[in-house]
Design a protein around this ligand. Structure first.
Ligand code: PHE
Ligand code: CO
Length: 316
């Protein structure tokens, strides 16, 4: 089992984190026809995978649904079946119910078709993108309630392990909760917050927030702890680790504590933050982050996995 697979497959958090770590968002090879290829990518020097030539300046491209091959549809179907088998009793009902309602188990979804019920439910639309996109483009799409989904599907030898978000991670992991009104509002607010975070020196802290909520978040429910983070649900093996292993620290959500917490990109998480509702998440992140970023910047960061004195830890 390669744990890195599961963690790094966490999609857009990789974008946010990668760009937050970079001094600035640099783009190279400005092409008059298409979007520039983002060059700041993760801890790697590789350019992101994907065809950026046909993308427009906002990085949106056509999905070209009819060009997926039968083998790709079949691989997606097997990924879906494999991952969903790990989730009963572990993923939250909001995720599982919305996933089932999309009826997207059998073939790679047509993003325009799924956007119809999604738009009716929460006003969000899915848009196709060539792959990882620069953070400013990413935040602008979220702020406009447009969720970017990578068009390409992983190869067969990446079934358990993939280093960049593909359509399976982006769709299966992220889209179900966009049907939840409170979470949908949180994602838009995140985009708006992202657009102003750079000038406040807050990108690193905002990336941690994305990582520990959108990608790796847990929620406390009357039935027990459940997963809502996209990076966990789209992994075959992290669900068990997140909810059943004794090692990780499961800490009650606290915005400043979270922003001071480093995270792992190459193993399962050592710390998970637990919200008690999506309303709590939305309300706790509504205040202006300007003063919060300033406070956090003046304090030291906590390594992943530490438990602070007096901190509430959730039992499993
Ligand atoms: N309140 C944040 C700010 O002022 C915006 C935000 C909301 C960021 C929700 C992330 C999530 O920057
Ligand atoms: Co993701």
């Amino acid at each position: 089992m390669n744990a890195r697979a599961d963690a790094v497959a966490s999609g857009t958090a990789a974008t946010v984190a990668a760009h937050a770590a970079a001094a600035s968002t640099t783009v190279s090879r400005a092409e008059p026809e298409g979007a520039a290829i983002p060059t700041t990518y993760g801890a790697s020097d590789r350019p992101p995978r994907g065809d950026y030539a046909t993308a427009r300046s906002d990085y949106v491209c056509d999905q070209n649904w009819s060009s997926y091959t039968p083998a790709q549809h079949d691989r997606y179907r097997r990924l879906y079946a494999d991952r969903i088998a790990h989730l009963p009793g572990l993923a939250c009902d909001e995720f599982l119910d919305a996933l089932a309602a999309m009826e997207a188990a059998d073939a790679i979804p047509d993003l325009a078709k799924i956007s119809v019920p999604l738009k009716a439910a929460t006003g969000w639309t899915l848009v196709a993108v060539p792959g990882l996109i620069p953070e400013d483009a990413f935040f602008a799409l979220l702020a406009a309630r447009r969720f970017p989904v990578t068009v390409w599907l992983r190869e067969e030898d990446e079934f358990d392990y993939i280093v960049e978000p593909d359509i399976f991670h982006d769709f299966f992991g992220h889209v179900p909760l966009l049907f939840n009104p409170m979470f949908a509002d949180y994602m838009q607010a995140f985009g708006q917050g992202g657009l102003k975070a750079a000038s406040l020196g807050g990108l690193e802290y905002l990336a941690r927030l994305y990582w520990y909520t959108v990608e790796f978040g847990l929620i406390d429910t009357p039935q027990g702890l459940r997963i809502y983070g996209a990076g966990i649900v789209s992994s075959g093996s992290e669900p068990g680790h997140a909810l059943q292993a004794t090692e990780p620290a499961r800490v009650a959500f606290d915005l400043e504590r979270l922003m001071r917490s480093e995270y792992k990109i190459d193993t399962f998480q050592a710390t998970y933050f637990v919200i008690d509702s999506f309303a709590q998440l939305f309300e706790a992140t509504a205040p202006d982050f300007g003063p919060i970023y300033r406070r956090v910047r003046e304090q030291s960061s906590h390594p992943a996995g530490v438990v602070l004195p007096g901190e509430k830890i959730f039992a499993i």
